[in-house]
Design a protein around this ligand. Structure first.
Ligand SMILES: [Zn+2]
Length: 233
């Protein structure tokens, strides 16, 4: 795993920085809407995204009572399958987003020798590695780009495809998709302008297992996201 060289910050300094957020959360607490929904949770999005701090959940808008968020290294279904199924089958969110990104440390680590890592990290990286190995095998694609940034981004894209495939392998999930009560949306956040249309751009890469660009671009249900269809592979 890569270690980030940044200025050292004392824990107490970070604790202090929380104060403002806590105060404004309470001050701006959306009590009216919350009471209207019987103080329960009514999310419309189940999100599976990488824990990477450059992938903030609020890319997708308001979080409170709207996004049921599952985050792990390398955005893996199998690492938190129960949490994801809870969002889809019990909370019944109509949209599931699987979000990958460029320069994913988990993808890079899964492609390296990670045997020296603690068992917990090894376990989760093995899950990432399996997704990539299965993806390579099933797609028949050869990933041999010499540009490392491009190489890892292509794998991150493949990884998103695999997660959607794993979700569709669940019969109950596939039924919801068939009935059009659920859409599985795969996206790639281009934090490093690898796709060439700017830093921070978000691209549609997979919908319900479909990753053919021409099909996605002509999909009526995608709305503005049809114009954001872009794949490296
Ligand atoms: Zn990542």
């Amino acid at each position: 795993m890569s270690h980030h060289s940044a200025e050292k910050v004392e824990p107490a300094v970070v604790v202090k920085s929380l104060e403002e957020s806590l105060v404004s959360f309470q001050k701006d607490f959306p009590l009216e809407a919350f009471a209207k929904g019987n103080y329960g949770q009514h999310p419309v999005i189940t999100l599976l995204t990488c824990s990477d701090s450059r992938m903030p959940v609020n890319i997708f808008g308001e979080i409170f009572n709207r996004i049921f968020s599952v985050e792990n290294i390398g955005n893996q279904v199998k690492t938190n399958e129960g949490s994801i199924l809870y969002g889809l089958l019990h909370l019944q969110t109509p949209l599931m987003i699987v979000a990958g990104h460029t320069d994913c440390g988990a993808i890079k680590a899964a492609e390296s020798n990670f045997l020296e890592e603690p068992i917990g990290i090894r376990t989760e990286l093995s899950i990432v590695k399996n997704s990539l190995d299965e993806g390579r095998l099933e797609s028949g694609l050869v990933f041999d780009s010499q540009d490392k940034q491009l190489y890892y981004s292509e794998l991150a894209e493949l990884n998103v495809d695999m997660q959607i495939k794993y979700l569709l392998a669940n019969r109950a999930v596939a039924d919801l998709v068939d009935k059009k009560e659920l859409m599985l949306l795969g996206v790639m956040a281009d934090l490093h302008n690898v796709y060439g249309n700017g830093y921070g751009a978000l691209y549609t890469s997979n919908v319900n297992g479909e990753c053919k660009k021409s099909v996605l671009q002509s999909s009526g249900s995608l709305g503005f996201l049809a114009d954001r269809v872009k794949r490296l592979r």
